[in-house]
Design a protein around this ligand. Structure first.
Ligand SMILES: NC(=O)c1ccc[n+]([C@@H]2O[C@H](COP(=O)([O-])OP(=O)(O)OC[C@H]3O[C@@H](n4cnc5c(N)ncnc54)[C@H](O)[C@@H]3O)[C@@H](O)[C@H]2O)c1
Ligand SMILES: [Fe+2]
Length: 391
């Protein structure tokens, strides 16, 4: 086992909920409670700012992520963000957006390193200095409560740049946001497809935490179960009534994804995330969608190995929420998910036959922290089978 996983397993904390959690009806209520002013910097997207924030004419500084780069944070994007937002220009950081914006704001709360590269390769310490308030506008990553900030950085081996890039998580309890505000109203403009992919991601966080063989605790299980129940009820409604059924249930989705984040910060994600990382990194498949592409097959492989135990309890929860028998739970779950978001075979994302054998090698090398958390012990051969059957 890698040393990072070993240290996580020694952690005796029952649960980690570092931020104080608030809930508001709309952005105005939040701005009033926190007395937003000149020394606050708000990182968001213009298309979230316009409908929800512009009307309040506040004195805080709004910065739009798209002015220094779209998509997932990269080394270059973070350096540009640092230049665009001088460190002495603010006292508080407010993240209003998806996982990418929340991850960027975690860095704005910390002392500036000599370079982003040095920070991600842990040659410079993480020094948290400014208060960070995280307000998620998607319902998936749980980044508002986690201790990770993910970025695409220049890859290096033995201290030398390889010329390639890799996705790395900067991990430190010091970067967990200080406050989380849930404002379901802000999810109203989230288009259906990123909504569905992020909600499925949250369901997978809850499931992987629930099935975690070594790190789950009584309290993390409670958060996993509640998150699964809320999300499955939402999916049952979408399957019956169509995508608009999400609109009067957004508060439950954003709360459930927070609960799933709390669960996985303690219990950990596992094989679904581990195997989806090279897929997301190589073919730029959105995070939730790349997890979804592998989720059902991995559950099937778990079911062959040990259908009772924690997986049996998982099937009971699914059966109760979706109104089917325990024996039919995994099939009914797949049918329901298919109605929420049609499942695509891996080759439609660009995945090739060579990846069937190539990706397991990369997962074994780079994703031990996730693979050690697998319900069924993972081998290269088993991963090849999963990729082949999803191909
Ligand atoms: N720190 C962590 O714990 C953690 C965990 C998992 C993933 N991540 C990172 O989070 C990112 C993925 O997060 P995500 O799934 O939230 O996606 P995202 O942040 O990329 O957002 C998805 C898309 O939806 C748009 N969007 C977000 N909210 C909107 C709204 N209210 N209205 C209209 N459009 C909106 C975004 O601009 C983007 O185009 C990745 O960078 C991933 O690496 C971090
Ligand atoms: Fe995830």
């Amino acid at each position: 086992m890698d040393s990072f996983s070993a240290s996580l397993m020694k952690d005796k904390r029952e649960i980690i909920i570092a931020p104080t959690i608030y809930k508001f009806q709309n952005f105005g209520e939040f701005a009033q409670e926190f007395a937003l002013g000149e020394r606050d910097v708000v990182l968001t997207n213009e298309f979230i700012y316009k409908p929800f924030m512009e009307q309040y004419n506040l004195a805080c500084t709004y910065v739009f992520q798209e002015t220094f780069g779209a998509g997932e944070p990269s080394e270059a994007m973070i350096e540009t963000m640092y230049e665009r937002i001088p460190y002495d220009s603010y006292d508080r950081v407010i993240a209003i957006g998806g996982g990418a914006i929340m991850d960027l704001c975690k860095l704005l709360g910390c002392k500036r390193p000599s370079s982003v590269h040095e920070l991600y390769f842990k040659r410079e310490p993480v020094v948290h200095e400014k208060e960070v308030i995280a307000i998620p506008t998607t319902c998936g990553t749980g980044s508002e409560v986690t201790n990770i900030s993910v970025a695409i950085v220049k890859d290096e081996k033995d201290g030398k740049l390889t010329g390639g890039e890799t996705k790395l998580g900067l991990v430190s309890d010091d970067i967990i946001p200080n406050k989380v505000c849930l404002i379901p109203d802000l999810l109203k403009t989230l288009p259906y497809k990123p909504f569905a992919a992020s909600a499925i991601d949250a369901l997978i966080h809850a499931t992987e935490s629930f099935l975690s063989p070594h790190r789950k605790t009584v309290t993390s299980e409670m958060y996993s179960v509640k998150a699964m129940e809320m999300i499955l009820e939402g999916f049952r409604r979408i399957a019956l009534e169509g995508p608009d059924a999400r609109l009067d249930y957004l508060g439950e989705y954003v709360t459930a994804s927070l609960y799933a984040g709390i669960a996985f910060l303690k219990a950990g994600c596992a094989t679904v995330h581990g195997m989806s990382f090279p897929l997301g990194g190589t073919y730029h498949v959105p995070h939730g969608e790349s997890n979804y592409a592998l989720f059902s097959k991995i559950l099937e492989v778990y079911d062959e190995y040990q259908p009772d135990g924690e997986l049996g309890k998982f099937k009971e929860i699914v059966a109760r929420c979706l109104g089917c028998t325990k024996a039919d739970a995994l099939r009914t779950l797949n049918v329901t998910l298919e109605k929420v978001l049609p499942l695509k075979p891996l080759h439609e994302y660009g995945f090739t036959e060579a990846d069937i054998t190539g990706f397991p090698v990369s997962v074994m090398e780079n994703q031990q922290r996730l693979i050690t958390n697998s319900y069924r012990p993972m081998t290269k051969e088993l991963m090849e089978r999963i990729y082949r059957e999803c191909f």
